[in-house]
Ligand binder design. Structure first.
Ligand code: BDP
Length: 765
C-alpha cells in the first residue's frame, strides 16, 4: 500500500465477531433521493482524467452513498450494496443516511434535529418492530456526509456500532485551509526544492492555463483531487484558498478561473468551497487591461478600487457561485497594501470587504506584519497596527472599525510557526473583530517532509492557553474559546491551516505528515478533543488496529514535537534556521537584515542566551493581559519552556531542577536526539506488522531525521559554547549516549533517568 488513500484505506476487519456485528448493522446502504439535488456542476464537460480510479460525485448525498458502499465493502470484505427504498420503512441492518427533507426514513426515525448545528450530525441505532438499523441524520446534506465518515471511522478504529446515539456539532464554523503552491524559496530539502511545504513532488493542483485555452481539453479532474476532497470532508474541512498568500494575479484571469471552476465543481459535493489569495494591487496588473486602474486609484476608500474588486469578484463568482472569498496578505514581507497609499489595514480590509459584501463573500485579512525598521522587537508590530483599529469608537458608539465580513487571520504565535511559541497576544485582545487562527500544518519550520513531527500536541497547547482575560476568572477564556467565538456570544468563527498537500503518491510526502492534516481537521471541528485520541484514531485508520502497533506509533507521535523542540528550539530559543531554507540550523548566521537572522533571536553573548522581552527589555510582554504580562515578565515566573522567548538567560541561572541553565540546555538537545533514536528503533520493531513499502519509506526518513537532529544539536551546542565558555556537561559513571561537538565526542549523559531517554510528554500526558 502506498498511502494514496490517506486514512480512507478500508481494510477488512479481521476480528470475526466485530465484523459480524458490523454486517448486522451496516450490511447495506440506503440513501434516498441521493441524486435529486444535482445543481452541483457548472462545467458541462467536466470529467476525470483518463485512467482514473476515482470518480466524480454527483451530489453530497451521492458522495455519502459511494463512500459508505466503498468503505463498508472494504471493512466487511464483501460487496455492500446501496439499496433503493421508498417510504419510511428501513430494511433490517441498513445504514440510512439523509436529512428530513431527503429521506422519509430519516424523517420518521431520526427524531428532532433542531439541537444540531447546520453541519452537525446524529448517528443512532434505531429499533423498529423486528428490525434494527443505523441512521445517519443531519439538517443538511453535508452534515449527513460528515456523519457517514464518522460512522466509517468508528468501524475503521474497531469500535462497536451496536448501540449508537451520538450528536456531534462543530465548535468552529469555518474550517479552512490555505494552500501555498509556490514555495521554491525553501530549496534544499527535497529533491525538487519544495521544502516540504506542499508535501513533496510539487503542487497538488495542476493549473495550466495555456493548455486549457489552447485545445479546451482541460479541465480534467485528477484522482488526487478527489482523494483530497474525500479526506478533507472526512474531517470536516469546509474550504481551501488554493494559491499562495504571496499571491499572483494570474489566478484571477479567465484562463485560470475556468480551471478553478472545474476544481470547485469537483470538490463541491464534499462541501469544500474555494477561495483565492489576491494581490492588493491586482487592479493595476495589465493582464486585466483594458480594465485596469492607475496607482493613485488604489485608495481603498475610493469608488474605483471598490468597484474594480466588485466587478472582478463578480466575474469569478459567475464561474464559482459558492466562492468563499479572498485571502489577503498586505503590507507584509514586501506585498503591496493600503499603507502604500496612506491608509491603514482597517481601510484596506474594509475596501475589499465592501466590494465582496453584496456578493456574500468574506475577506480573510492576514495580520502577519513586522517591521524592524520601526520596532526594536519584530513581534510587536501586529498588535500595534491592528489593536487601535479594533478599539476605535465608531460614529454609532460601538467599537471596532473592521467590517462584518472581515476576518483577521492571525498566526498562533507572535513570530512565525516555530515548534513552540507563546500564544499570540492578539487572541483575546482584539475583542471587536472576528479573528481566525492560522496554524501551519505543513512543516516549514518543523522538519519539512523529512522529520516526523505530530503537531497536534502543540496545537492543543496553543488552543488551551489561558489568555488570562481580565473580565473573567482564570481558566474561563482559553485561546480556543476566542477562536470558536464562544467568548463573544457565539460570534461567527474560523480557523485556518496552511496545508501540506502535494502530488506525492501519499499527497503529503512523509506518511506521518498525513496525521497533521487529519489532526488539524479534527481539532478544527472540536479543539477540546485530545491529541492522543486523535493520534490513536489516525494510527488505526492508517496503519493497523494491532494494539502493539497502535501503542508504539501513538507514543512516537505524542513525544515527537517535544523532541523536535528539544533539539531545535529548546527552552524558547527560536528561529535558528538557515535563512531562506528553514530546515538546517545556523545559529551564527547574519543575513541581509536583522530579523531574518538567527542571531537576532538568540542574542548569544558571554552573559547568556535569549531575547529579553520583559519590561526592561523590548517590553513585548505588556501586549498580554496583565496576569500573563506579569508571568512572562520575570525570569522566575516564566515557564521554562518559554524562557528564552522572554529573557536573556544567564548561563548559570538555576533551573527548576537545580541544574545550571547551560547544563539543562545541553541536556535538552541531547534528549531530543535520543528520542529520535528511540523512534527509529521502535519503528524498526514494527516491521512484521506493517506493509513493506510504507515501512521502508518511513524507516528511511527516520534515519535521515536522526542524523539531521544530531546536526541540530551539535551545531547549536558548539556555537553556544563559544559564548558560555563552559565544558559540555557530563554525568559521572553512566555513559552510552554521546554528543559530538566540532569533531570531538563527549560521553556521559545520564541515561538511567527516564527523563533523558524519552521526553515526559511521550509517556503519560
Ligand atoms: C513565512 C514563510 C513565507 C510566508 C510567510 C507568510 O517563510 O513564505 O509567505 O510566512 O505567512 O513563514 O506570509
Amino acid at each position: 500500500y502506498d498511502g494514496s488513500q490517506m486514512w480512507l484505506n478500508y481494510v477488512r476487519v479481521d476480528d470475526d465477531e466485530l465484523r459480524e456485528q458490523y454486517a448486522r448493522r451496516a450490511g447495506s446502504v440506503v440513501v434516498q433521493n441521493a441524486d435529486a439535488n444535482e445543481s452541483y456542476r457548472h462545467t458541462p464537460d467536466l470529467r476525470m482524467a483518463p485512467g482514473s480510479d476515482e470518480r466524480l460525485a454527483t451530489s453530497t448525498l451521492g458522495a455519502a452513498r459511494d463512500e459508505l458502499t466503498r468503505g463498508l465493502s472494504g471493512l466487511l470484505g464483501e460487496e455492500v450494496p446501496a439499496r433503493a427504498v421508498r417510504g419510511s420503512q428501513a430494511p433490517d441492518g441498513a445504514v440510512v443516511v439523509g436529512t428530513p427533507e431527503s429521506s422519509e426514513i430519516v424523517r420518521a426515525h431520526a427524531g428532532d434535529l433542531s439541537g444540531l448545528a447546520d453541519d452537525g450530525y446524529r448517528i443512532r441505532t434505531v429499533r423498529d418492530g423486528g428490525t434494527a438499523f443505523t441512521v445517519v441524520a443531519a439538517k443538511t446534506d453535508i452534515g449527513a456526509l460528515y456523519g457517514s465518515y464518522a460512522l466509517l471511522r468508528r468501524m475503521q478504529t474497531h469500535e462497536s456500532i451496536a448501540h449508537l446515539d451520538a450528536d456531534r456539532s462543530p465548535k468552529i464554523d469555518r474550517r479552512h485551509l490555505n494552500y501555498w503552491e509556490t514555495t521554491r524559496l525553501y530549496a534544499g530539502n527535497d529533491a525538487d526544492g519544495t521544502g516540504g511545504l506542499d508535501g513533496e513532488s510539487g503542487a497538488i493542483f495542476n493549473f495550466d492555463a495555456t493548455g486549457a485555452s489552447a485545445d479546451r481539453n482541460l479541465p480534467v479532474v485528477l484522482d488526487r483531487y478527489i482523494v483530497m476532497a474525500r479526506a478533507l470532508a472526512s474531517v470536516g474541512i469546509t474550504g481551501i484558498t488554493i494559491n499562495n498568500v504571496n499571491a499572483e494575479a494570474k489566478y484571477l484571469t479567465p484562463e485560470y478561473v475556468e480551471q478553478e471552476a472545474a476544481l470547485a465543481d469537483a470538490l463541491r459535493p464534499y462541501g469544500i468551497r474555494l477561495a483565492l489569495s489576491i494581490r492588493y494591487d491586482a487592479p493595476t496588473d495589465e493582464r486585466f487591461a483594458p480594465d485596469t486602474l492607475t496607482e493613485d486609484q488604489l485608495d481603498p476608500t475610493g469608488r474605483p478600487f471598490r468597484d474594480w474588486w466588485n466587478r472582478h469578484a463578480r466575474r469569478v463568482q459567475e464561474a464559482i457561485p459558492d466562492l468563499q472569498g479572498f485571502t489577503v496578505k498586505a503590507n507584509s514581507e514586501g506585498e503591496p497594501g493600503p499603507q502604500d497609499f496612506g491608509h491603514d489595514h482597517g481601510d484596506g480590509a474594509n475596501g475589499i470587504a465592501a466590494a465582496l459584501e453584496p456578493l456574500g463573500m468574506t475577506v480573510d485579512w492576514r495580520t502577519f506584519v513586522y517591521d524592524p525598521e520601526v520596532d526594536d522587537d519584530r513581534l510587536k508590530r501586529a498588535y500595534l497596527e491592528f489593536n487601535p483599529i479594533d478599539d476605535e469608537v465608531q460614529p454609532d458608539g460601538t467599537r471596532g472599525r473592521f467590517a462584518d465580513n472581515v476576518f483577521l487571520q492571525t498566526k498562533n504565535g507572535p513570530l512565525d510557526f516555530q515548534a513552540r511559541e507563546p500564544l499570540n497576544p492578539m487572541f483575546g485582545r482584539m475583542e471587536n473583530t472576528k479573528q481566525a487562527m492560522e496554524l501551519q500544518i505543513t512543516q516549514e519550520y518543523t522538519g519539512q517532509s523529512t522529520m516526523l513531527d505530530y503537531l497536534a500536541p502543540m496545537w492543543q497547547e496553543v488552543l488551551r492557553t489561558d489568555t488570562r482575560a481580565t473580565d473573567v476568572p482564570p481558566g474561563e477564556r482559553l485561546a480556543g474559546d476566542i477562536v470558536d467565538g464562544s467568548a463573544y456570544g457565539g460570534r461567527e468563527s474560523a480557523i485556518v491551516g496552511v496545508a501540506n498537500l502535494g502530488n506525492a503518491d501519499n499527497l503529503t510526502g512523509h506518511h506521518f505528515a498525513q496525521s497533521n492534516l487529519f489532526a488539524f481537521g479534527r481539532l478544527a471541528w472540536d479543539w477540546e478533543q485530545d491529541a492522543r485520541d486523535i493520534a490513536a484514531d489516525w494510527t488505526r485508520m492508517t496503519w493497523s488496529n494491532d494494539e502493539h502497533v497502535v501503542n508504539t506509533v501513538v507514543r512516537m507521535m505524542m513525544g515527537s514535537n517535544e523532541a523536535l523542540v528539544d533539539y531545535q528550539t529548546p527552552l524558547g530559543v527560536a528561529h535558528q534556521f538557515t535563512a531562506d531554507q528553514h530546515y538546517d540550523p545556523n545559529p551564527s548566521q547574519f543575513v541581509q537584515k536583522d530579523d531574518w537572522s538567527p542571531r537576532y533571536y538568540n542574542k548569544a553573548d558571554t552573559a547568556g542566551l535569549g531575547y529579553d522581552r520583559s519590561p526592561s527589555g523590548s517590553d513585548f510582554t505588556s501586549q498580554y493581559f496583565p496576569a500573563l504580562a506579569q508571568r512572562y515578565g520575570t525570569l522566575e515566573s516564566t515557564p521554562e519552556e518559554l524562557l528564552m522567548w522572554f529573557h536573556h538567560v544567564p548561563w548559570d541561572h538555576a533551573m527548576d531542577n537545580g541544574k545550571p541553565f547551560w547544563r539543562e540546555l545541553v541536556h535538552r538537545y541531547q534528549r531530543g536526539v535520543q528520542y529520535v533514536t528511540w523512534m527509529r528503533e521502535a519503528w524498526a520493531g514494527l516491521e512484521p506488522h506493517l506493509d513493506a513499502r510504507r515501512f521502508q519509506e518511513v524507516s528511511a526518513k527516520l534515519a535521515e531525521h536522526e542524523a539531521d537532529a544530531a546536526n541540530w544539536r551539535d551545531t547549536c551546542v558548539a556555537y553556544w559554547q563559544e559564548f558560555s565558555d563552559r565544558p559540555i556537561p557530563t554525568d559521572d559513571g553512566l555513559t552510552s549516549a554521546s554528543i559530538t561537538v566540532g569533531g570531538t565526542t563527549f560521553d556521559g549523559f545520564d541515561l538511567s533517568q527516564d527523563s533523558y531517554r524519552i521526553p515526559v510528554a511521550a509517556g503519560g500526558s
